[in-house]
Design a protein around this ligand. Structure first.
Ligand code: AMP
Ligand code: MG
Length: 349
């Protein structure tokens, strides 16, 4: 299949191109598009064949449900059985934006889209290209991240092309994304609202709107006895080609520990890598040292993390050490993705 790549600037949207892309989705095709979180791989959420195509293009297990993207609040009524007050309250504050809510699905949403579940994940993105595309596509776009399963989510169109060229109908290049990590997922079907995946919207922010927001116990640790409530969280989302270890502790001790390990690995002729930050990256003796940004700027680190992880795969580093991050604010989402990439291998020094 030939993949058509078009460019649409969020500030000057070419509506003729949006219409063209919308028609592709309406006809059962797939279009990758920018959102504020990461690039999405969009198909018609109400067409089971489109969802099947998405799983195939990504190489993703089909019991891992898709998030349905909408652009207008009226659309929510059509795809969920009922809208609880909590959903209206969260929508009022955080939509459009990087928040996904889990609600009971209406019959119109095919099981293929929800991975067989009785619930559906819904998000209203703020990115203007995404919103216009959703409307042009009929209002309901199922869109997981636009990467091949097992790779980091794409934060620039170039990475979408790397993974999806020849596998989907169209890619909309809308430049760099703003946030760089996937949306926060909150389950509104459980007894208490529960965060299933941390993101830019933190539990603290959610608690300012609803009270008693809980967190899924599997977020920050590998608890094999517990089934995560978001089916996707059980999959090792992304694992770098090299063996990744996260090292947590006071900065001086972390640097000392990592350098000692690097020395041992080099004795064994291993190609080594370090994921550090601006203030520390010059102090490591690895073959490849990369900074994810300034520790004071967590949003910047969130934006860079997936790019840096992809670069380590290109470098073919065999053993990689990463500094840990604070689990307050968006740091929790950063640490959650890093721990998953490391298969929860973390050393406290
Ligand atoms: P992605 O599309 O790559 O951002 O991943 C979507 C995430 O949302 C996966 O971790 C899914 O397991 C989760 N998800 C989607 N729908 C549901 C649902 N109905 N209930 C729980 N988690 C869901
Ligand atoms: Mg994904």
């Amino acid at each position: 299949m030939d993949t058509k790549i078009i460019r649409i600037d969020e500030q000057h949207i070419d509506m003729a191109l949006i219409e063209e892309a919308g028609e592709v989705i309406k006809a059962g095709g797939l279009v990758a598009f920018p959102t504020e979180t990461v690039y999405g791989l969009g198909g018609d959420a109400l067409n089971p064949l489109s969802s099947e195509k998405i799983y195939k293009a990504k190489g993703r297990p089909s019991d891992n449900p898709l998030i349905v993207h909408i652009a207008d609040m009226e659309c929510l009524e059509k795809i969920v059985r009922e809208i609880p007050d909590s959903a209206y309250q969260l929508a009022e504050k955080f939509w459009p934006g990087p928040l996904t809510m889990i609600l009971y699905k209406a019959d119109i949403v095919p099981c293929e889209t929800t991975g067989g579940l009785d619930t559906v994940a819904v998000r209203m993105p703020v990115h203007r290209v995404a919103r216009e595309l959703i409307r042009a596509a009929g209002g309901y776009v199922a869109a997981p991240s636009a990467n091949r399963s097992g790779r980091p989510s794409p934060t620039v169109a170039r990475y979408v092309t790397e993974d999806m060229d020849g596998r989907i109908d169209m890619i909309i290049d809308g430049g760099d994304v703003e946030i760089g990590l996937e949306s926060t997922i909150v389950d509104l079907t459980s007894r208490q609202p529960t965060v299933l995946r941390p993101g830019y919207i933190t539990r603290k922010m959610l608690n300012q709107v609803l009270s008693g927001v809980e967190e899924d116990v599997t977020l920050m640790r590998d608890d094999s006895g517990q089934a995560p409530k978001a089916p996707g969280m059980k999959y090792r989302h992304y694992a770098p080609k090299g063996e990744l270890t996260v090292v947590s502790g006071e900065s001086g001790r972390v640097i000392e520990y990592i350098n000692a390990r690097l020395y041992e690995q080099k004795q064994q002729n291993k190609k080594t890598g370090v994921i550090g930050t601006d203030g520390s990256v010059g102090k490591y003796h690895a073959d490849v040292c990369k900074s994810v940004g300034n520790r004071e700027d967590e949003a910047g680190i969130a934006r860079e993390l997936y790019r840096v992880l992809r670069e380590f795969d290109d470098e073919e580093a065999e053993v990689i050490y990463a500094e840990a991050f604070d689990t307050a604010g968006i740091g929790q989402a950063i640490m959650n993705r890093l721990l998953k990439a490391a298969g929860y291998k973390v050393v406290y020094v």
